[in-house]
Structures are given as structure tokens and as C-alpha cells.
Design a protein around this ligand. Structure first.
Ligand SMILES: [Mn+2]
Length: 293
């Protein structure tokens, strides 16, 4: 993204997580200047005013997530239309519904969008299958066209992504129903044991090829719980046996300078659970991998 201006969109939403803490993640990064040195990128870096719902916030989490998603989709599509590179900082992972709906909308009709989803989980529940009913366990299913119509119906209505254009990386905690959905759809999942067997560079490179193959471009969505809790403790749902921060940063560099990379999303930063800002520094390193300075 060397020549594109980076527009950072903070999403002050934890409505999909069941606990609100990660809604403050992007503002902590901004206030403590964690991404400031990225402003030296060719096109520069500019923070938008963070997206947040004006009160009264609906009690229904799906409705709250829908409203944030509508605003975020509009913002992402506008930045893309201006030739800028959206960097979305969550907030919980339900914001992905807005990010990638907006990006899909910004593409010409009939063009496909690819997506690499880096996560300890599958995030592919529907309201029926989810034990927790937390919407941050559902965004990938929604983007594939499965889930509550209030979320799947966001413009452009229906699936924003084709299964062949999506890859998950780093998965190690999931329920049978969401695994069954992804298997039925034919989505490629690189579980953590495959990552360990083949190495992240090979797996990540293969995933990039898949999502770029038949699409107008692709995005990368990173749930920080993909990192091992030792290196990324500041998340809502840590799972052991994850990726090292240097390992993921090095893999992301494979996409550096690729004009087909359309946006980056980093989510689930919970500053109240961070320890010595190690997770905030990981976010910085991940962004820096994709931003030439
Ligand atoms: Mn997630």
C-alpha cells in the first residue's frame, strides 16, 4: 500500500462480544500514539473520528451490530472510492460485517472479493448454532450469506464472499456446527496443526494466492486471538498454542506492496487485559509489516 494514504477507522463497538471492553481498543492505540511512526508511509496516515453509536444504544446486540456495520461499510466504501487504504481497528470481530460489506460494495458489480481470516476461532456460527449468541462468533458466516437477515441483508444483500475466495488461518477452537458449515461450503481452513506442520510462510503464501486468484482484490482480517496469549494477552477470548507475533508480522510482509490488497482489519484488542502493552506493540508490528516506511 506504499503509495496509498492510510485511513484508520476505529470502531468503538463491543456489542458483539458480550462485554464492552474492546470498544476502547482503538482509542487507546490512538491516544498512546502506538501507530504514529506509520505516518511516515508514502501516502501518510490519518485517523478518522472513531465510529460509535449515539445513545440510546439498542438493547438487542444484533441491532447494535447492524447499525455500526452500516456506518462502517459506508466509511470503508468512501475511503476506497477516494483511492485510500482503509485500516480498520476494532472493536470486536462483528465489525467485519461492515468492513467487508463496504469493500464488496466498492467493487464493480460482478467482481469478487477475497479474504484471509486469521483467527483462533471460525466465527462461523449462526444465531441457531451459537451457544453464547455473541455476534462476534458469527461474522464470517454472515459474510458468506448465512445468518440473521438483518446482518446478511446489508447492502449488497446476500453473500459478500464466495467460499472459494476465503481462507482461514490459525484455527484451533471451534464448535462442530460452524466447522460443518465451512466444510459444506468448501471454505479452506488452515488449522493450527497444519500451520505448525508446513510453517506459516508457506500456508500464508498459499492463502494469498487462493484469495487473489479469481477476485478483484482481497482483504486481511486479523483477530488478535490468533496470536499466542503469551504475546497477545489483550484479547477477549485467548486460546493457547497460537501464532508468534514476529511469525505473523513476517507472513503479512508477503502482501506488502501488493496493489490487490484492498484493506486490513485488526480486531478484538482489549486494552484492559493487555500486559505492559505487549498486544498494542503487536498491533503496531503487524501494521508496520504492510506499510513501507
Ligand atoms: Mn474472530
Amino acid at each position: 500500500m506504499a503509495s496509498r494514504r492510510i485511513r484508520v477507522v476505529g470502531v468503538a463497538s463491543g456489542y458483539g462480544a458480550g462485554i464492552p471492553e474492546c470498544q476502547d481498543g482503538s482509542e487507546v492505540l490512538r491516544a498512546l500514539h502506538f501507530l504514529d511512526d506509520l505516518a511516515g508511509a508514502d501516502g501518510g496516515l490519518a485517523w478518522d473520528e472513531a465510529l460509535r453509536l449515539a445513545p440510546p444504544v439498542p438493547d438487542d446486540a444484533v441491532e447494535a451490530v447492524r447499525r455500526i456495520a452500516l456506518a462502517l461499510a459506508e466509511r470503508v466504501a468512501a475511503h476506497r472510492a477516494a483511492g485510500d487504504f482503509p485500516l480498520v481497528i476494532g472493536g470486536d470481530h462483528s465489525c467485519a460485517i461492515g468492513t467487508w460489506s463496504g469493500m464488496r460494495r466498492s467493487l464493480e458489480a460482478g467482481r469478487r472479493l477475497g479474504l484471509v481470516w486469521v483467527d483462533a476461532h471460525m466465527d462461523s456460527h449462526t444465531l441457531e448454532s451459537s451457544p453464547s449468541h455473541n455476534v462476534h462468533g458469527m461474522p464470517l458466516a454472515c459474510l458468506l450469506g448465512h445468518g440473521d437477515p438483518r446482518l446478511t441483508g446489508i447492502d449488497p444483500a446476500g453473500a459478500k464472499l464466495l467460499p472459494a475466495d476465503v481462507c482461514l488461518i490459525g484455527v484451533r477452537s471451534f464448535e462442530a456446527a460452524e466447522a460443518a458449515l465451512l466444510r459444506e461450503l468448501g471454505v479452506r481452513v488452515y488449522f493450527m496443526d497444519e500451520v505448525r506442520r508446513r510453517g506459516l510462510p508457506e500456508v500464508f503464501g498459499e492463502a494469498l494466492q487462493r484469495v487473489a486468484r479469481d477476485t478483484a482484490g482481497y482483504g486481511i482480517s486479523i483477530d488478535l486471538d490468533a496470536l499466542d496469549p503469551a504475546e497477545g494477552p489483550g484479547v477477549g477470548t485467548p486460546v493457547g498454542g497460537g501464532l508468534a507475533r514476529a511469525e505473523l508480522a513476517a507472513a503479512l510482509a508477503l502482501a506488502d506492496g501488493d496493489e490487490r490488497l484492498l484493506a486490513l482489519e485488526i480486531v478484538e484488542y482489549n486494552p484492559y487485559r493487555d500486559e505492559g502493552f505487549v498486544t498494542a506493540r503487536a498491533i503496531h508490528d503487524l501494521c508496520r509489516s504492510l506499510i513501507e516506511i
